[in-house]
Design a protein around this ligand. Structure first.
Ligand code: GLA
Length: 411
C-alpha cells in the first residue's frame, strides 16, 4: 500500500517536473530597476559625439561633489559615439582613442562612486551618428554590456527601415534579460510607432517625442527632422492622454533635460518642474563640472524631485488648459496632491485660483478632491508661499515660470 502511494507520488512529481521543465522561461524587462523614473545625467545634449572616459569620470565626480547624488541622481549615461569597431567575431569595443581603458574600467570607476553606468546603442545597423548599431548583434552586445558592468541601455531608432519596432525592442529586451544582469532599458523611438501601446512590458521608459532643444517654444530644423523646445514637447501628444499608460516601471520619457543649457532661470524651473510632475525620467544634460549655483539649485530641488519619485507613481494630468495658464495636478501618496501653475506667456500672469469652485476628479487614480469637503494646507516648492484652500490663491507668476504647491489634508 505504502509502496503504491510512493510510486504514485513519484509519478506525480515526475510529471510536475516535466511540466515545469517544458514551460518556456519567459523573458521580461528587469523588475529590479526603473520602478521609479530614472534620475541621472547623459552626455548628448552638451557634448554630442565629443565623449571620452576622462570627461565621463569627471562627470561622475561632479555628480557626487555637486550634491546631485545626494539629491537622488544615480545614472551616468554615455550617449552615442563611444564606439570603436566590431572585431572579426563581431564583438563591439569602445573607441581606443577616447576610451583607452575600456568601458569595464569606466564602469568600475563609476560604481566606486556609488553611481551606475549607462550606455547607448541602436536597433539599426548604425546609430544616429553613424556608429555600429546592434542589429543582428543584440545578444552579443547585451552580453558585452553585462560583462562590462553596464546598468542602463538607451536604445535608439536610426537606420531601421523595414524593421518592426515592437519586434526589435523586444529582441533587445530578451537579450538583456538573458544576461541575468539587471539593466534599465530606455526605449528611444521618439513616439513614432506609439510605443505606449506596446512597450509597457518591453522597456522601463519610452521617448514620446523627437529631440529636445534648449528653448521655450521654438523648434529647430536640421533639414529632414526638427528638435523641439519645452512647450512643444509638453504639447506634442497632448490629445493622447499618455498618462494612462504610465506607472511603476513604465514611464513616458520627455527627453533629457536642458536645464543649465541657456534658457532663463524661470524657463529652467518650469522645464524641470513639468518633467518631474509628468514622471519623466530626470536625466540632466548640462555640464555638471561647471554649472552655476542657480542651475545646481534647480536640479537638486529635493521637493520637486520628490514629486517625480512619489511612490504612488501617478503622472500629473493637465487639469486646466486655458491659453496662457496651464494647471497640472498630480495625486501623491498619503492623500497629498501637487499642483503646478504654468505661465506659458512672456508677460506676468496674475493668478486667482478659487479652490472651492474647482473640484478635481481623477479617473485614472480614482481620486477626487472637493475643497468644500476637505481642507488642505499648501506650501510652495520654489517660492516661500503657504496657505490653505479656504481662500483663493492669489499670486503673480512671472513670464515662463511656475508656481508648484504641495497640498496636505488638514487633520
Ligand atoms: C537621436 C536621439 C538622441 C541622441 C542622438 C545620438 O537623435 O533621439 O537622444 O541619442 O540620436 O546620435
Amino acid at each position: 500500500m505504502i509502496k503504491a502511494i510512493k510510486q504514485t507520488l513519484a509519478m506525480i512529481l515526475a510529471i510536475a517536473g516535466l511540466t515545469v521543465l517544458s514551460l518556456p522561461v519567459s523573458a521580461e524587462k528587469s523588475p529590479e530597476v526603473g520602478q521609479l523614473p530614472a534620475l541621472g545625467w547623459n552626455s548628448w545634449n552638451t557634448f554630442g559625439c565629443n565623449v571620452s572616459e576622462v570627461m565621463i569620470r569627471e562627470m561622475a565626480d561632479a555628480m557626487v561633489e555637486s550634491g546631485m547624488q545626494e539629491a537622488g541622481y544615480e545614472y551616468i549615461n554615455i550617449d552615442d559615439c563611444w564606439h570603436g569597431e566590431r572585431d572579426t567575431n563581431g564583438n563591439i569595443s569602445a573607441s581606443k582613442e577616447h576610451f583607452p581603458s575600456g568601458i569595464k574600467a569606466l564602469a568600475d570607476y563609476v560604481h566606486s562612486k556609488g553611481l551606475k553606468l549607462g550606455i547607448y546603442s541602436d536597433a539599426g545597423n548604425t546609430t544616429c551618428a553613424g556608429r555600429p548599431g546592434s542589429r543582428g548583434h543584440e545578444y552579443q552586445d547585451a552580453k558585452t554590456y553585462a560583462d562590462w558592468g553596464v546598468d542602463y541601455v538607451k536604445y535608439d531608432w536610426c537606420d531601421t527601415e523595414n524593421i518592426n519596432p515592437e519586434g526589435a525592442y523586444t529582441t533587445m529586451r530578451d537579450a538583456l534579460h538573458a544576461t541575468g544582469r539587471p539593466m534599465l532599458f530606455s526605449i528611444c523611438e521618439w513616439g513614432d510607432h506609439q510605443p505606449w501601446l506596446w512597450a509597457t512590458d518591453v522597456g522601463h521608459s519610452w521617448r514620446i517625442s523627437g529631440d529636445i532643444y534648449p528653448c521655450w517654444d521654438c523648434s529647430y530644423s536640421w533639414g529632414s527632422w526638427s528638435s523641439w523646445g519645452v512647450l512643444k514637447i509638453l504639447d506634442m501628444r497632448k490629445d493622447l492622454n499618455l498618462r494612462q499608460y504610465a506607472g511603476s516601471g513604465k514611464w513616458n520619457d520627455m527627453d533629457m533635460m536642458e536645464v543649465g543649457n541657456g534658457m532663463t532661470a524661470a524657463q529652467d524651473r518650469a522645464h524641470f518642474s513639468l518633467w518631474a510632475m509628468l514622471n519623466s525620467p530626470l536625466i540632466a544634460g548640462n555640464d555638471l563640472r561647471n554649472m552655476s549655483r542657480q542651475t545646481r539649485d534647480i536640479l537638486t530641488n529635493q521637493e520637486i524631485i520628490a514629486l517625480n519619485q512619489d511612490p504612488a507613481g501617478v503622472q500629473a494630468m493637465r487639469y486646466i488648459d486655458s491659453g496662457n495658464l496651464n494647471v497640472f495636478v498630480k495625486p501623491l501618496a498619503n492623500n497629498e496632491w501637487a499642483f503646478l501653475f504654468l505661465n506659458r506667456s512672456d508677460k506676468v500672469l496674475t493668478l486667482n485660483h478659487d479652490w472651492q469652485s474647482n473640484v478635481v476628479k481623477d479617473d485614472l487614480s480614482n481620486r477626487t478632491i472637493d475643497f468644500n469637503q476637505t481642507e488642505f494646507s499648501y506650501r510652495g516648492l520654489w517660492q516661500t508661499l503657504t496657505g490653505d484652500t479656504n481662500k483663493p490663491l492669489q499670486v503673480n507668476i512671472p513670464a515662463h515660470d511656475v508656481v508648484v504647491l504641495r497640498l496636505s489634508p488638514k487633520s
